[in-house]
Design a protein around this ligand. Structure first.
Ligand code: SAM
Length: 296
């Protein structure tokens, strides 16, 4: 029987055996609670028909649990020192492939088509490094990968921002981007005590179920995201002022006023009060009124 590596004693033994020291800069906080790991795998709904991508396996606590249930696990780890540890510790599992690299730089489309030929359902499950949580999730969504869901442990505050409702202080451009691509849910919170070393922040398990089609129809997706970004540039400014300072050519002030009137959005509103639906209507109207409105 293969040893369960997700407990404090076993983790410490592995770290000692390989003389491994944590790199704070890589967000290395390893999970040491077997029950919690089971809960994560259960929440992600993993079975032998599923291919899993894990980002940042560390010494493999979550990887092991995933490999016990999934058809195949591809684990991407940036820290070269961890690869021989993973290969030795999880040597008994034939269904794991380790890839050394920075997930932000790798061609994930190519990895998926090469590694998951016989899988129709692919899921991402990870305890993400907190210093790059948002860029990683954005990359997974924007590249429109063939994945069904993303179940990740992340910093509690970031999870709250991603799943926020309009007119709350957590609602921001990231919330809207996520809503466009996925349905998000915070499944549960996680105490600091289940990691070594203990992080400074609280954590949550976030689940994003990727949508087949976006919930709004826009003629120009990249314009939608430009408008959202510009509108939130300075939270205390009005929508009108943010758009005028960050996106629309100032000489077209009048035209912008008219556009907002046409779509029934008051110029004095703040971006945080607009729904994704309203941003979509605004985007289509700006697009319709020609590109000369934009800043050069
Ligand atoms: N999955 C392990 C666990 O739960 O115990 C470790 C999680 S730890 C929070 C994050 C892991 O991600 C570390 O092993 C770290 O080296 C790795 N990592 C950090 N940045 C990365 C990146 N850009 N690409 C891939 N892995 C990364």
């Amino acid at each position: 029987m293969v040893k369960n590596i997700s407990n404090k004693n076993e983790t410490q033994q592995i770290l000692r055996k390989f003389g491994f020291t944590f790199k704070k800069s890589l967000g290395q906080n390893f999970l040491i609670d077997s029950n919690l790991l089971n809960k994560i795998v259960h929440a992600a709904e993993i079975d032998h028909t599923i291919g899993v991508i894990e980002i940042g396996p560390g010494i493999g606590a979550l990887t092991q649990k995933l490999a016990e249930r999934a058809g195949k696990v591809v684990a991407i780890e940036i820290d070269q020192r961890l690869i021989p540890i993973l290969e030795e510790t999880l040597t008994d599992y034939q269904n794991i492939t380790f890839i050394h690299g920075d997930v932000l730089k790798l061609d994930l489309k190519q990895i998926i088509s090469k590694e998951f030929k016989n899988y129709s359902s692919i899921k991402v499950v990870a305890n993400l490094p907190y210093y790059v949580t948002s860029p990683i999730i954005i990359k997974l969504l924007e590249e429109k990968l063939e994945i069904n869901s993303i179940t990740v442990m992340i910093q509690k505050e970031v999870a709250e921002r991603i799943s926020a409702k309009p007119s709350t202080k957590e609602y921001n451009s990231l919330t809207l981007l996520m809503e466009y691509y996925a349905e998000s849910k915070v499944l549960f919170n996680i105490p600091k005590t289940v990691f070594i070393p203990k992080p400074n922040v609280d954590s949550s398990l976030l689940q994003l179920k990727i949508r087949d089609i976006p919930p709004v129809k826009v003629d120009d997706e990249s314009l939608l995201f430009k408008i959202i970004k510009a509108s939130f540039a300075q939270r205390r400014k009005t929508l009108f002022n943010n758009l005028l300072h960050n996106l629309i050519n100032k000489k077209n002030k009048k035209e912008l006023e008219e556009i907002l009137q046409d779509v029934n959005i008051e110029a004095e509103r703040r971006a945080e009060t607009l729904s994704l639906h309203e941003f979509a209507i605004l985007t289509n109207q700006i697009k319709k009124n020609s590109e000369k409105l934009m800043k050069s």
